[in-house]
Design a protein around this ligand. Structure first.
Ligand code: V47
Ligand code: SF4
Length: 371
């Protein structure tokens, strides 16, 4: 972008313009989004994002009771940022059988769990029928739990393997009990950057197409953005614009989760990690730009509890779940929480201390309990 325009925006009345637009429910432009990213006025960004947050969600800060199943870390792809993927027989590999996973589920019977989150590597032998069977069996054990399963990248592979188109494949999984789709696999949509960091992975258009096909069948989903690596602010704006456009069309996204690149044990580690200031700035700008996605998650297993709580004042309104030590994706990449687990009481205290109202929700944001 022309640096003169940027100067004008920053030095005359960028913040006033954005504040007026938020007040009047007017969308900000890409140039204004970029200028917000270029600004170092972190406190002002927080106030602006909080204006938007309060218009959408008041002082509510949501969480749910969930656990994760990560079926395998064997994966056909080889994303450069991934610390989790292993080859068959490599040290650190796991590949649970359906029985192993059902035993995990049995531990949670009667525990008040409302969601099972299932995400793993793209295993070459796990086709759609296998995964549909997994969901059916999970539902037999936890019939009232919402099953949020398989990123668009996993879905792309399993649906292709089984010879269906996206709509047919999703319909089969929905019949088996799939309730929604998590946001992973979006990474960064810019085709050049995507090719640099995860060349073999499903294309951006495929990720967006699968989410659109899901929304058309009333399967809601989440969206993510992996940031803080080799992308520029313009790439982030492009990513957010593509999500906002799809949401205008379908309204099917429940939540957006910004995922800060973590550097440990992967082949991009020389890049390092962005600062806390950058994390908060990113929350704020995402909240303002994604004016049509109702919730922004502050994903505490990755950010750490303190920073996740601070992000509630920078546009986030959802802390995700209690999780119970069931995810390895981030701990293997050096996340703040190596054994992520939080009781509901601890979650409630943390949210209250940050100045918000703790609301336990189900997976589609119905209130389970207002504390
Ligand atoms: O797509 C992998 C990310 C995602 C790293 O929908 C990394 O509620 C940072 O889908 N540094 C998968 N991020 C996780 C995911 C998710 C997580 C939380 C909530 C929800 C939801 C979905 O994990 C991948 C990738 O972007 N990831 N490696 C890393 N080194
Ligand atoms: Fe496979 Fe996902 Fe890791 Fe990429 S990020 S290598 S798709 S497990």
């Amino acid at each position: 972008m022309d640096s003169k325009i940027l100067d004008q925006l920053l030095h005359n009345n960028l913040f006033r313009t954005v504040a007026d637009k938020i007040q009047n429910n007017i969308r900000i432009s890409s140039e204004e989004g970029l200028a917000l990213y270029e600004s170092n006025q972190i406190a002002v960004l927080g106030l602006l994002a909080n204006m938007k947050r309060e218009r959408l969600n008041g002082k509510n800060a949501y969480f749910n009771r969930n656990f994760h199943i990560e079926p395998t870390n064997i994966c056909l792809h080889n994303c450069k940022f991934c610390s989790y993927r292993r080859k068959k027989n490599e040290e650190g590999v796991w590949d649970y059988s359906i029985d192993d996973m059902l035993n995990i589920c049995r531990k949670y019977v009667g525990q008040g769990i409302t969601e099972v989150h299932i995400v793993g590597g793209v295993h070459p032998d796990h086709n759609l029928e296998y995964n549909a069977e997994l969901i059916r069996e999970v539902k037999k054990i936890l019939p009232n739990a919402h099953v949020k399963a398989f990123t668009a990248v996993e879905l792309d592979y399993m649906i292709k393997q089984s010879g269906y188109d996206w709509a047919e494949g999703l319909q089969h999984l929905k019949e088996a009990g799939l309730d929604s789709i998590p946001g992973g696999g979006a990474e960064i949509f810019d085709e050049k950057i995507r090719a640099e960091i995860c060349e073999q992975k499903s294309q951006s258009a495929t990720w967006l197409g699968i989410h659109e096909a899901a929304h058309k069948q009333d399967i809601p989903s989440n969206a993510t953005m992996l940031y803080g690596h080799i992308e520029s602010y313009a790439h982030r704006i492009d990513h957010l614009n593509r999500l906002r456009e799809l949401q205008d069309k379908t309204g099917g996204f429940n939540a957006f989760i910004p995922l800060k690149y973590k550097k440990y044990h992967n082949s991009m580690r020389q890049i390092g990690e962005v600062s806390v200031v950058e994390v908060l700035k990113n929350f704020a700008v995402c909240r303002i730009i994604l004016d049509n996605i109702p919730h922004i998650k502050s994903y505490w297993p990755m950010l750490g509890k303190e920073l996740a709580a601070i992000a509630l004042s920078f546009g986030a309104d959802d802390m995700d779940g209690t999780i119970d030590d069931t995810t390895k994706i981030y701990s293997m990449a050096g996340a703040e929480e190596t054994n992520p687990a939080l009781t509901s009481d601890a979650m409630v205290c943390m949210i209250k201390e940050a100045g918000f109202i703790p609301i336990e929700r189900d997976s589609v944001y119905n209130v389970v309990k207002n504390y």
